[in-house]
Every structure is written in structure tokens, then in C-alpha cells.
Design a protein around this ligand. Sequence first.
Ligand code: ADP
Length: 592
Amino acid sequence: MKQRYNLLIKSLKLVWDSAPGWATANSLISVIRSFLPLLLLLLLKNVIDEITTTASAGGSVSNIMMPLLLLAIVWFLDEGFADAGNYVRKKQSVKFEDYMYGLLHEKAVKADLINFENPEYYDNLSRASHDAPWRPNNILNNLISILRSLISLLLITGLIISFNWLPAALLVFANIPGIWLRLHYADILFDFRRKKTPEARKAAYFNWLLTGDKPSREIRLFGLGNYFRELFRRSFLKQKEEELEIIRKRTFIEILSDVFKASAIFIMIFYIADQAIEGSVSLGSMAMFLLAFRQGMIYMKELFGSLSGLYEDSLFIGDTFAFLDLKETIVAKDKILLPETLKESITVENLSFSYPGNEKKIIDNVSFTLNKDEVVAIVGHNGAGKSTLVRLISRLYDPDSGSVKFDGIDIKRFEPDEYRKLFSIIFQDFMLYNLTAGDNIKMGRIDHNSNDRMIDSARKSGAMRFIEELPGGFETSIGNLFDESRELSWGEWQKIALARALYRDSPILILDEPASALDSDTEYEIFSHFREIVKNRTTILISHRFTNVTLADRIIVMDHGRIAETGDHDELMARKGLYYSMYNKQSSRFEK
Ligand code: ADP
């Protein structure tokens, strides 16, 4: 209970921080609105009684102009505040969403990369991104609604009690089953929605396979449409049918509780009608009490609806805070200032690493030194651990044991963002940004805008030739998401990615399979002036193409997470080990 209370307070603080002025306006309007219905009822009673008196005295309608006018003004105020309230609420919720998306996105891009290996993280992220933008604001609105309906309800109950305590007691009594019901089902639905997240993610994934751009070709070619449709339907219906079943049961009990309310209304009407016929209440009073009773029922429903909404919010909001409070472990430990550039070497010492949920050491006690301005190639079979090693060196992951040292200093002591600025990396699965060609290149160093450097990088990467042919040159949008953009071939994207890495102009360059989709002319062109491209940069080149690998000063051969051999091409060939056999297999294919 205490924890729920803390979560509610934390949520309200978020709402307040996002837009204090609008939150105040929203609350004030709601409180003002809570007094108006009572006023309306009293004025209505007054009008009816005045009509009755004026009619029996033979007067005209002009005699009751004032009460009529007052009624219309208060009616207008009630409606006017309702409309203004809608705008204020919308404005405040947009401000809040904007604020929350900010927090959510900040966390999502800061969270340790290793989290993405954990399905629980995905579930939490998906629940948080679903709930965070609106749930805390819902808490505020529920609280306001509780306050508003409570004030209105108390005023109206006061009015009813002034007449007779029986209808007031009926009002409360008739709503008890409904209250219990809502709280009970809030728990059940929460448990259900929590459990269904993995299933919902599955359904969303199948939906993406069926509607996304990337899968569209294979889906058609392999005729997988019906297969994935079926998988989608199964996941979708599984969660929806369970939910429907819960709601079906709730609806059934709800209808039973409505019988309760209808009986209360019957008793009330019967009682008042009896009093009116006896002449002990005026027609105006009768109309007022009937309306008050109905209004009271509505406020009661609103009050408990908001209370149970608040209860539900407090259940769900925990996930959002669990995500927002997630601790980053990739941070500077015992922080020192990062040197401006690499002076001597990066040393990898006894490095070991396994992915979460898998005991197997993907990097197993690896040690080597990367000297300044040296070009080192890493080769090895698929799955040998080459890409993982690069992620450890650039501190996207922290190792389980061992260390990476930058000029003798453990990289854990540097601010990770600062440290990564020293690296230009083309990952195997580099990103395609649906922006202009120029922006795609400048993305390499977002804080530095230089057209000269952009052109130079495009030349060196071989991208210049096709960019010049685009209708707007560097200004042409590339990709296929937006109108008037041009889609590129995979090899062209790869050139753009290479240009982006070169634009970054960092002292350390890491190329993970940079030429896999390049045509042989381009590959030849790039690698024939490879030395010039990597001049004054410490470079790691991961490649399966031995013709490129031979350009390196030193070659590291990895096998099952370990270093099997190191040396230059000639030394490794002379050893007749793994490198020799891999090299021969590749070259024999060409010689045949
Ligand atoms: P390489 O680059 O040499 O082909 P990787 O470093 O990509 O090898 O992968 C080495 C092994 O690590 C793979 O066999 C795979 O089982 C595992 N692995 C790679 N990436 C991940 C990941 N994101 N999550 C879990 N395991 C992974």
C-alpha cells in the first residue's frame, strides 16, 4: 500500500514538473465545475415553483424573467467551463506526453546495450512505452475527478438529506456492489495484461512481418503470407479471447448490480411521487429531488470509476518507474578525463565475455595490443566472436573479466559517450536513415557540419558517383519511407555507411565487413587506396575477403572466442595453421 502511495506521489510529481501552470488550471476548472450542478438544480426548482405560483396568480412569463435568465447563465457557465476544461486538459496532456516521451527516449537510448539481450527488458520497455505517456496524467485526472465528484456528491447528498435521509442512504447502498466489482476486476485485468505482454509482442512482430517493407519481398517470394497470417491470428485471438472472457464475466455481474440500482431508483420515485400526490412537496422540489438523485447516482459512478481507475493506475505505473529507474552499469567508474587522442596503444587484457542467459564464453581470455596507427585485421569463422570483441573494445558491453586499456588506462574510467567519440565504426548491420544522402553522411558527427568533409568522405567511400546522379544530389532523400525519396541498393547504402564512418574522422576506425555488398570495381577502388583512407588512424578491419585482409600490418585469427594465431600474411601462411587453411579454401575457389 505504501509503495502504491509512493508511486502515485511520484506520478503526480512528473505531471507537475511537465506543466505546473496547466495542471493548476485543469484542477481549478474542475473544482469550480463541481459547484455548478447543485446551483443549477436549485435554480431549476426555483423556476418551476415560480412558474406554478405565477400560473395560479394569473401572471405572465415576464414576471419570472430574472430566475429564467439566471438559470440560463449558470447553464452557460457549466457548459462553458466544460468546454474550456476539455481544451485545458488536452493541452496539459500534450505537454505531459511530450515530457514523458522525452524521459522515455532518453532512457531508451542510454540504457545498457546488453539489456536488449533480455526478453524481460523488452516486455518492460513495451509496457512502459505504452503506459508512460498517459498513465501518470490519468492519475491526476482521476484525482481531480474524485475531488470533483466528491464535492458535487456531498453537496447533492446534503440537498437530498435536507429533504429526507432515506434517498441519501439508498444512493450509497445501491452503489456498493458496483464498487466491489470494479476493484476486484482491476486486479484481475492487471494480472492478465501483464501476462499477455509477450504474446502481444509476438502478435506485433507477425503484424510487422506481414506489413513491413523489409520482409515484404521474402514473404512474397517464399509465399509466407498465409503462414504468418495464421501465426498472427493465433497470437492476437489468444490474448483477445482471454480478455473478452474476463470482460464477459464482469459485464454479467455489472448487469446484476444495475438491478440493484434500478430497485433503488424505483423506491425513490415511488416515495417522492407519494409525497407529491399527498401535497407535502412542491412540484419544483419533486423535480429537483428526482434530478438530484439521478445526478447523485452519476457522481457516485464517476467517483468510484475514478477510484478504481486510480487503483488500476497504481498497479500499472510500477512498470513505467521500473523502466525509468533502470540503472545504467556502463558508466564512468573512478572517472578521469579522456585524453584527446590515442598516443600509444589500446591493450586488451585477458578479456572474457558471455551473453546473458548463455554460459558459453563468446570471448575467452583474449589478449592483444593494437598500436597507434596500426591496421589490424581480424579474421575467423562466423560466430568466432569478432563483432563481440569490437563491442567490448568500444565499450558497448562491459566484459565479465579482464580489461581494455587505452594508453594504459582502463576504459571503464572514461565517460562512455566521450570515449565512443574516439571511434568510427561501421557495424555489419549499420543503419539506414530515411533522410537526405548528405544527412546520412553527416550523421557520423552530428555536432559538426562541414560540406567539404562530406564531399571528401563521399569520394573516398565511392558514394560520390551515385550521389551525383541523384536528382537533388546530397539533398535527395534516400530510403523508401517518404514521398520523393530514392531507394538505394544495399551496396550503395554500404558506401554511404562507409562515408559516414569517414566523416566522423575519429582516431580509431573499425570496419566490420565493410565490403560485403560492394561490387568488385568499387571494392578494388576503395581497397587500392585503403592505406590513404586509414592514414593516421588506428584501424581494425574485420573481413572474410583475404585479398583485403592482406593489406593489414597484422592479422589476428580468432576461433571459438580465442586468438588462434597472429602475424602478418606471410608469417601466417608459413605456419600452415587455421589462416593458411581458410586462405587456401578461398583462393582455390577462384583458381578453379
Ligand atoms: P562473428 O562476428 O565472429 O561472426 P559474433 O561476435 O557476432 O561473431 O558472435 C559470436 C557468437 O556470439 C555467436 O555464435 C552468437 O552465438 C553469439 N552472439 C552474437 N551476438 C549475440 C547477441 N546479440 N546475443 C546473444 N548471443 C549473441
